[in-house]
Design a protein around this ligand. Structure first.
Ligand SMILES: NC(=O)c1ccc[n+]([C@@H]2O[C@H](COP(=O)([O-])OP(=O)(O)OC[C@H]3O[C@@H](n4cnc5c(N)ncnc54)[C@H](O)[C@@H]3O)[C@@H](O)[C@H]2O)c1
Length: 342
């Protein structure tokens, strides 16, 4: 790996111009002075051009290889679909440039492990896991670390939406927002709950999955839209992740509900409110939209901080493989890939 000592404003090349890049580009704009997106590549040139026009990006390419060959970059931000990640990470690592790649790093744990082994020592790689950078989860982590609720005994995280319940026009809100969710055979856990599993690891330390039941309600999906996952922490706490996009009467968008029960207190996140009950009670309120966008900015700021200092990334590949192991275990234990449940 070449020694990397960024100076001045880093020139970023963005790969992908899809839905999520509105949040990447808003975050990069908030980090102006430290970094600037100077090039964007997407086989859908019109989408890349739209983003370039909206965010003042100088160079537009139809493929990442051409963007990388043109040079003039200090780091790369990969926000293409999951099936393209491994190939793109390999291409960037051949240039030696540092990169951040959206989750999931690869479609399966085995593919991610092979990729991580191959690129190790060639380029710095951070996985884009922004959920754990949400302000309320950072505050919750701080409260847990400072002993506000004592030793954790149990936790449950609930995500209930009507994202795959048809609206009055027969449209599915989650699939209108992200149409690619229709065709992923690994959907809810690999695409969405990967964030919750990663955040639970950040909050509670190493976890194992002991059971998982996955289900599909929405007929428009190839994958699952329901999951009940049982986990255990290294400290012996029982944890349940309970999620469905097919909840009639729930809002179409996502808001997490989390309760962590400790020996001396309880920590609860209910949408926009985080509370600590026990010997040091406290309640904090958050703006959900601001916190959502803020998590992208905090993730990319962490990437820049670690590049500048040489410190390890919090979501380095070795760490992220632990999250991917939990994802893989959910599919393995539920028999989902083999079609044993539906
Ligand atoms: N962190 C989060 O909260 C979050 C949220 C949404 C999506 N994501 C992740 O971001 C990634 C993209 O999701 P999206 O919602 O933007 O999808 P999308 O379908 O809206 O966009 C994907 C874009 O990538 C382009 N593309 C396809 N192959 C490419 C290639 N080889 N090189 C360059 N571009 C290519 C497509 O043309 C499309 O414009 C996925 O990995 C997804 O899991 C993360």
């Amino acid at each position: 790996m070449s020694t990397y000592s960024p100076r001045g404003e880093l020139r970023i090349g963005l790969i992908g111009a899809g839905w999520v890049t509105q949040h990447h580009l808003t975050a990069w704009r908030a980090l102006a002075g430290r970094a600037r997106v100077v090039a964007i590549a997407d086989p859908d040139r019109a989408k890349a051009q739209d983003r370039a026009a909206a965010f003042g990006i100088a160079h537009v390419y139809e493929d990442a290889a051409a963007m990388l060959a043109a040079g003039g970059l200090d780091a790369v931000d990969i926000a293409a679909p999951r099936a393209a990640h491994a190939d793109l990470v390999r291409q960037v690592s051949a240039t030696g440039l540092p990169m951040i790649c959206q989750k999931p790093l690869a479609p399966t744990l085995a593919e991610a492990q092979a990729l991580v082994a191959e690129v190790a020592g060639r380029s710095r790689l951070m996985v884009h896991e922004n959920w754990r950078f949400r302000a309320y989860y950072r505050d919750a982590a701080h409260w847990l670390k400072s002993g506000r609720i004592g030793r954790v005994k149990a936790a449950r995280l609930v995500l209930a939406t009507s994202g795959t319940v048809p609206d009055a026009e027969g449209r599915y809100p989650a699939l209108e927002r992200q149409p690619f969710m229709r065709t992923e055979t690994r959907m809810l856990v690999a695409e969405v709950l990967i964030h919750h599993l990663d955040t639970l690891r950040m909050l509670l330390g190493p976890l194992v999955v002991s059971a998982a039941v996955l289900s599909r309600t929405c007929p428009a999906l190839a994958g699952e839209d329901g999951a009940v996952i049982q986990l255990e922490s290294a400290g012996g706490a029982g944890i349940q992740l309970f999620a469905s996009f097919a909840v009639h009467g729930a809002p179409p968008s996502q808001a997490d509900w989390l309760e962590i029960i400790g020996e001396t207190g309880t920590l609860r996140l209910d949408g926009a409110t985080l509370s600590c009950m026990g010997h040091a009670p406290e309640t904090r309120h958050y703006d959900l939209a601001e916190t959502y966008q803020g998590s992208y900015t905090a993730t990319l700021a962490h990437f820049l901080d670690a590049l500048a200092s040489g410190a390890p990334f919090e979501t380095a590949p070795e760490d992220n493989l632990e999250t991917l192991r939990l994802v893989e275990d959910c599919y393995r234990l539920s028999g989902w890939d083999a079609g044993e449940t539906a």
